[in-house]
Design a protein around this ligand. Sequence first.
Ligand SMILES: *Cc1c(COP(=O)(O)O)cnc(C)c1O
Length: 378
Amino acid sequence: MKSLAVLKKSIYVTRPLFPEFNVYSRRLKTVWKSKWLTNNGSQHNELESELKKLLKVPNFLVFNNGTIALLVALRALKLVGEVITTPFTFPATTNVLLWNNLTPVFCDINYDSMNIDVNKIEKLITEKTSAILAVHVFGNPSNVVAIDRIANKYKLKVIYDAAHAFQTEINGIGIGNYGDATMYSFHATKLFNTAEGGGLATKNLEDYKTVKLLRNFGITGEEEVVEPGINGKLNEIQAAFGLSVIPKIKGEREKRKLIRDSYYSCLSKVRGLVLPQIRNDVTKDSYQYFAIKIDKKMFGRSRDEVYFELRKKNVFARKYFYPLVSNYPYFKDMPSASPSKLPVAKKVSEEVLCLPFYGGLCLKDSQRICQIIASLKC
Ligand SMILES: *Cc1c(COP(=O)(O)O)cnc(C)c1O
């Protein structure tokens, strides 16, 4: 095996998208003059209406982070009992179920899409089930049509974690139009970011009103609080940052497309590597992650070996999502968390590897990463 040189500087899985400094500082001047820092300030309101347009959703609210947005959504929808969800996700998705006294019921995933397997949902439904909480993993939409059909049949609510799916569209329709509520994350590592931040789209105006109330402690007037709400507000400093990032999104997507194309052209020939699906009905891609799967039998080396070899060369790929949520100590003893019931999720969590993927990554480096991976095949 030919040995390749270590990359000079460390390369991480992603790098935050920053605004132009002068664009942000101009907005900060406006904030300074206004003497207004939070609670429905002008930057906040402008960001909310801009994002609503960009995401093409009917009702939209910004939050201080995606986790709180999801926490509030579950409460606003008045869910009780059990919620069917995926074990292949970030802890936030399922932790908020516990914060709402809800019991997660883990459903296995589909190998290709890595999303919840819609053919395995129905047999997990009991009289206690109140909702399906699915994730558009790595920005690839869940099977929203099948999930809708099941939800209608059993009168269940549907919530999507679209933390990876900023501006994803199916046949021109914004991903946040599916289900009763859709959560977005604007964390620093997400394509669009406000350093920390999030958003929630709701199908109904009623749910929108409840969510808005819960976002601000449940306060309806100076002397009136009607719900046990929380503080989910985004401040002016971060809203101004977000507004200054918006003009950068298009260019970032274009750069990520070039990197994705370069990964495809050099890795698709390597036997034993499974590259992300590109679907015809997904008319706009989030370009959030580039997740490959490494089939140990065909590739000759495990995902972990590739992960460690890359690290030795200063390339810090990430094992999203390993371990599975269902293996966390506080979930693992639940009946639905048994690995024997989640064979595909287990397999995917042992094969998946997210490669460095951001606009600032130069093509030379993405090609070097490909060479390192290809050189490991045996
Ligand atoms: C980032 C992320 C979240 C959490 O979002 P925050 O804005 O960091 O709270 C939730 N779910 C998934 C799948 C994520 O990747």
